[in-house]
Each structure stands twice: as structure tokens, then as C-alpha cells.
Design a binder for this molecule. Structure first.
Ligand code: THU
Length: 142
């Protein structure tokens, strides 16, 4: 996959951000294992806590369409369409990635523009993450 395309898609997603309270617009482009891209933007709310991050918007769109396997996500964030440094995913979004992605293989790409980006594996951004495997040995506590 060409990182440039994923970065372009993340910027296109950022243009749809609804961020009237923070003014910080985020775009995410989520690449499925099959090569499809789902865009997501942050969607804020006057009550603040219902705000949804761009990454989770992308994941929830994809999962609700039947996707379950993912290869990479690209994230951009800033004001007025201009990146304000590298935007890393928040902890809640990392947990959502953990639910659907192999931390050893899932790539998280943080971009400033098409020439400047850096890449991590989920395992390095979210070490020892809690996942479905942690529940497999559960017998119940009641
Ligand atoms: N935000 C995201 O969309 N993704 C992140 O990983 C970090 C934060 C959004 C949420 C809120 O609308 C704004 O950025 C400021 O926190």
C-alpha cells in the first residue's frame, strides 16, 4: 500500500471533522486487510463526553460494514486543515485498535504531509494491551 494514498485519505477525512469546541480537527484513514479504506473524523458534542475520535469513527464505520481485519491506520490532526505536529491516537482509540488488530502487525502511521510521516506497530504504542485473550481463562467471579 502506498502511504501517500492513505495520507491523502486521512486529510480528506479531516476536512469533515466536526470540532466546534476544541477547534482541533482530526482525520483517520483505516486500511482493511482486503485493501479498502474507511475514513473517519472526530465528532464533538456540546456535552463533551459523547465526542468520538476520528480513529474510532473509522473503525466503527468499517466494523459496522462487516470488516474485521485491518492492516493500518493513518492519522492527521490540526487546525484549519493544517497539521499541528504528529497526532497520536488517544488511549481509548488504542484500546479499540487492540480489539480488532494484531498488535504485532497493525501499523499506525502519523503524518504531517505526504512526505513526512512516521510509523509504529500497535504493540509499541500499546504494550501489554488488554484483549480478548485475557478473558479466555475467565471462569467467572460470582
Ligand atoms: N481526537 C481524536 O479525534 N483522536 C485522537 O486520538 C485524539 C483526540 C479529537 C477528540 C477531540 O474532538 C479533539 O481531538 C480534541 O481532543
Amino acid at each position: 500500500m502506498d502511504e501517500r494514498l492513505l495520507i491523502q485519505e486521512a486529510f480528506a477525512a479531516m476536512a469533515q471533522a466536526y470540532a466546534p469546541y476544541s477547534g482541533f480537527c482530526v482525520g483517520a484513514a483505516l486500511l482493511t486487510a482486503g485493501g479498502k479504506i474507511y475514513r473517519g473524523c472526530n465528532i464533538e458534542n456540546a456535552a463533551y463526553t459523547p465526542t468520538n475520535c476520528a480513529e474510532r469513527t473509522a473503525f466503527f464505520k468499517a466494523v459496522s460494514e462487516g470488516e474485521r481485519e485491518f492492516a493500518a491506520i493513518c492519522i492527521v490532526g490540526g487546525h484549519d486543515g493544517k497539521p499541528a505536529g504528529y497526532t497520536a491516537p488517544c488511549g481509548v482509540c488504542r484500546q479499540v485498535m487492540m480489539e480488532f488488530c494484531d498488535p504485532q502487525r497493525f501499523r499506525v502511521i502519523l503524518a504531517l504531509d505526504e512526505e513526512h510521516w512516521k510509523e509504529y506497530l500497535l504493540k509499541d504504542l500499546f504494550p501489554e494491551g488488554f484483549g480478548s485473550e485475557n478473558l479466555q481463562s475467565a471462569d467467572g467471579c460470582a
